[in-house]
Design a protein around this ligand. Sequence first.
Ligand SMILES: [Zn+2]
Length: 267
Amino acid sequence: MICNICGKASSIIFRRRILGKYDVDYFQCSSCGFIQTEKPTWLEESYRSPMNIEDTGILKRNILAAKRTSAILFFLFDTKGCFLDYGGGYGLFVRIMRDYGFNFYWNDPFTENLFARGFEYDPVHTNKVELITSLECFEHFTDPLQEIEKMLSISSSILFSTETFSSGTPDPDNWKYYYFSHGQHISLFSLSSLRYIAQKYNMHFYSNGKSFHLLTRRSLNNSVFNILLKLSLLGIPSLATLLMKSNTKPDSAAAGQIKSIRDENVQ
Ligand SMILES: [Zn+2]
C-alpha cells in the first residue's frame, strides 16, 4: 500500500477486529510513520450515529480546546478576524468561542449544527478567514491531504488536535486512540508525518508534541506556542473574555430579530 501522506511504501503492522465484526489491516509508512487502515469500507456503519457512544469526554474536550485556542488566538492572531471550525460537529466549540468574543463560524457536512445555528460558514459572505480550527477530525480523514488542501484554500493557518506518537508503532493493546470498537480512526499521525505535511505545503509546524498542533505560514516560536498552551489553563481565557466583547447577547438579539421576521412572514 502507498502512504496517504508521503507516497512511500506502507506495510502491514497488524490486523484487528473493528465494530466487533470486520477484520481490518493496519499499515504504517516506513518513511514518515503515518498509520492508515486498509480502504475503509465500513464507515457508513461506523457513523450511523455521528456521536459515538463512548465519547463521554465531549464537553471536557471542547472546553479545554476553547481555552487553548483562545490563548493562541488572543496573543498570536488577529482577534478581530473571522475563524472557521472545520468539521465542527454539533457546534459546541463555535458557541463557546463566540461566547469568549471570537467571530467563529461552523462547517460540517456530516453532523447537524445544534449549538451554533446562524453561524454556518458561507464562502461568499464570510470575510477572509484568519485561522481554521479542526478538532479531533484529522484521524477521521480518508484522504488527509485533500482535506488539508481544502482548508488551505480557505486560510493559511490550521490549529488542530489529534493524538500523535513520536516514534515506532503505538501498541495496539494499549493505545486507546486506535478505537477499534467504532473504526472511525483511520488515519493516525506520527509527528514526522505532520512535519512532512508542513514541508510539502511550505508551512511551519508547531506542536505540544502530543495532541495540539498548528500549521501556519507565519513564523512563530514553538516555545511561545507551548507556553501559551500551558498558560491557557491559568486564566488567559478569562483575560480574553474581560478584554473582548462576548457575542453571547448580540447573537441572541440577532437570532430574535430573524425569528420575528420569520414569524411575520408566516402570519
Ligand atoms: Zn509516509
